[in-house]
Design a protein around this ligand. Structure first.
Ligand code: NCD
Length: 357
């Protein structure tokens, strides 16, 4: 039986997401009923990038379930700083832990880790690519706070280019009927082409706009995001983009009474502190739901393993290199490159970057 990983929610049927959402909401009602279920099990959190919420909510989830945690939050304190490959780190951690959550600055890193792992690997964020456990948290939040995952007009505002939470969330919400997207960003930070292809393939309606004020009144959900400073090619590029979108009480006064504001956090200055007191602001609750969501995910992956699908579907194209400079295949060159061929395109199976052939 192949191991069940969570690299991209799209690798799983929607029923699996729905089971996790239901379980997370059951846990939220009575967390202590689940205490002790992971006694004797160990979670490794391998964080090659900074994190407050994701790493600590994973640890808190495992500890509340009675399990324990190992890992690192700063690769400079691990053998990574001595030049250890990702593959070797994973092989070693397989002897120390039952499940691994990995965050890495390179796109496709979680999939690369899974290729070397005998235990489940969870993608806790890979570069600007995906962040599926944040998305599960977002889906739990929407279910609880909005009451549905379909028929929503969702505004996503800020860094749509580098924001991995944005990419994962759009991918997931396209799988529910009648969701419409209003994508609010500067022209420099629009969603990548591969995301537009996903929206088009799903037949989802979406509009790209630059003004939050003009569209806020149409929204059921406003998903605010931070400008991802660390992913910009230069500080000057970042300086030109910061402070463009700021949600304040004045803009909130134009929104529907039932609109909910989500944010994966951390926030920088894109939501003023006064908005926190508005009952429509649910981002701190959202962070709390992250613990129940990760408890549900760990229980699902370790208690009810089911046959996972093969990690790679495509074929190797000898001599081909991924055209995405931030793809993990460039920094871990021993990885077997794998591409899916679509008409005139090759799509890298690690980072989903497409190139013309
Ligand atoms: C997000 C991330 O790391 O992508 N944070 C999180 O996990 N909640 C969003 C961000 O860093 O802006």
């Amino acid at each position: 039986m192949s191991v069940n990983h969570l690299i991209d929610l799209s690798d799983w049927p929607r029923q699996n997401w729905e089971k996790i959402i239901r379980l997370a909401l059951e846990i939220e009602q009575n967390p202590s009923r689940f205490y002790g279920r992971m006694e004797g099990r160990i979670l490794a959190t391998l964080f090659y990038e900074p994190s407050t919420r994701t790493q600590n909510s994973f640890k808190s989830a495992m500890m509340r379930l009675g399990g324990q945690c190992v890992g690192f939050s700063n690769p400079q304190n691990s053998s990574v700083s001595k030049g250890e490959t990702l593959a070797d780190t994973i092989r070693i951690m397989n002897g120390y832990a039952d499940i691994i959550a990995i965050r890495h600055p390179k796109e496709g890193a979680a999939k690369a880790a899974a290729a070397y792992s005998r235990c489940p690997v969870i993608n806790a964020g890979d570069g600007g690519h995906l962040h599926p456990t944040q998305t599960l948290t977002d889906l739990v939040t929407l279910t609880k706070e909005v009451g549905r995952l379909d028929n929503l007009t969702v505004g996503i505002c800020g860094d749509l280019k580098y924001g991995r939470t944005v990419h994962s969330l759009i991918k997931a919400l396209t799988q529910f009927p009648n969701n419409r997207f209003i994508l609010i960003s500067t022209k420099e930070l629009v969603i990548p082409a591969y995301m537009k292809a996903i929206l088009d393939a799903a037949g989802c309606s979406y509009r790209e706009v630059t003004s939050l004020t003009e569209v806020i009144g149409e929204l059921d959900v406003l998903y605010m995001t931070r400008i991802q400073r660390e992913r910009f090619p230069s500080e000057q590029d970042y300086q030109e983009q910061k402070n463009v979108y700021i949600l304040d009480t004045e803009k909130m006064s134009l929104a529907r009474p039932a609109m909910k504001v989500l944010h994966p956090l951390p926030r920088v200055d894109e939501i003023t502190p006064e908005v926190d007191d508005d009952p429509r602001a649910v981002y701190f609750k959202q962070a709390q739901y992250g613990v129940y969501t990760r408890m549900a995910l760990i229980l699902t992956l370790l208690e009810k393993p089911c046959a996972g699908s093969a990690l790679f579907q495509g074929s190797a194209h000898s001599g081909e290199a991924c055209a995405n400079p931030n793809c993990i295949t460039h920094t871990e060159p021993y990885l077997k490159k794998s591409f899916i061929e679509t008409s005139n395109m090759l799509m890298c199976e690690y980072c989903e970057h497409k190139k013309l052939i």
